[in-house]
Write a protein that binds this ligand. Sequence first.
Ligand SMILES: NC(=O)c1ccc[n+]([C@@H]2O[C@H](COP(=O)([O-])OP(=O)(O)OC[C@H]3O[C@@H](n4cnc5c(N)ncnc54)[C@H](O)[C@@H]3O)[C@@H](O)[C@H]2O)c1
Length: 283
Amino acid sequence: MYVFKAAVLGAGTMGAEIAQVISLSGLPVVLKDVDPAQLERGMEHIRDIYARRVQRGRISEHDAQDRIALVTPQLDYQGFSDVDLVIEAVPEKLELKQAVLGEVEGHVAKTALLATNTSALPVTEVGAKLHKPQRLVGMHFFFPASVMKLVEVIAGAQTEDEAVDSAVEFVEGIRRIGVRVRECPGFLVNRILMAGLAEVFRAEQDLGLGPKEIDAAVAASRLAPMGPYALADALGLDIAQDVSETLKAAYGERFDLGTRITALIAEGKRGAKTGAGFYTYTG
Ligand SMILES: NC(=O)c1ccc[n+]([C@@H]2O[C@H](COP(=O)([O-])OP(=O)(O)OC[C@H]3O[C@@H](n4cnc5c(N)ncnc54)[C@H](O)[C@@H]3O)[C@@H](O)[C@H]2O)c1
């Protein structure tokens, strides 16, 4: 199935980045949110990504403006009747995702493909309330989606093969690398990532080291482009904890991220997006 027009639900950390990636490949994309301020922030973020590409000489100013014009920000479902693919990127809450996808199903054609960008919820459960769960796939982009090439494509128990094939084709069409992943808690990447984060956070307590020292050591080792604390801040501490809870329920305490992250979230420090997490951010 060819995607002529896409839509992204949620203009937050992930939704805006995903919409930018889609627009860069020349496809029109509707970016929908329920919060006007978030929608504006999402569009600002997209404009910033293009501005940086222009600065680096990777795209001309004229082409950047053309691509930005492919993104239609909106608060309603206007124009969804000819959308071929909807990617849901609303907060990681099962009931919310079920409700949002159920709602959008009423606004798109029966043949449209639906995708959830869930980090760790079972695709089967996300699609449990849909009329056509066979058209839902997991399409898991990584932060920052404008940079990260990998996208996990996950079939739920009821997903039809053609939907998975179409999702992988779409992912490749927007110049990303699609990996077909079996449905399991954490899928492939988060299962590895969260086990690693939990281990490092435990080591911090056991060894009496601080985030700065550990991040500096990881950066110096060149094993990863950024240290685990900077990464957790970039992901969003609340998102990291939601994912860890799902993995703990499935695999046990080894996925526990410790008490420090809980305390930071309780103080409203949810990472870079809130200006503070393990580190503080300005601008
Ligand atoms: N943050 C990450 O690094 C990351 C990486 C991969 C996947 N994800 C997943 O992507 C999803 C979104 O995460 P995020 O970090 O972008 O969250 P976020 O909180 O930054 O953004 C969520 C957006 O959804 C909007 N929203 C809420 N209800 C809505 C509705 N009914 N319709 C449309 N929009 C609505 C919010 O206003 C907000 O703008 C989650 O499932 C998360 O697990 C996140």
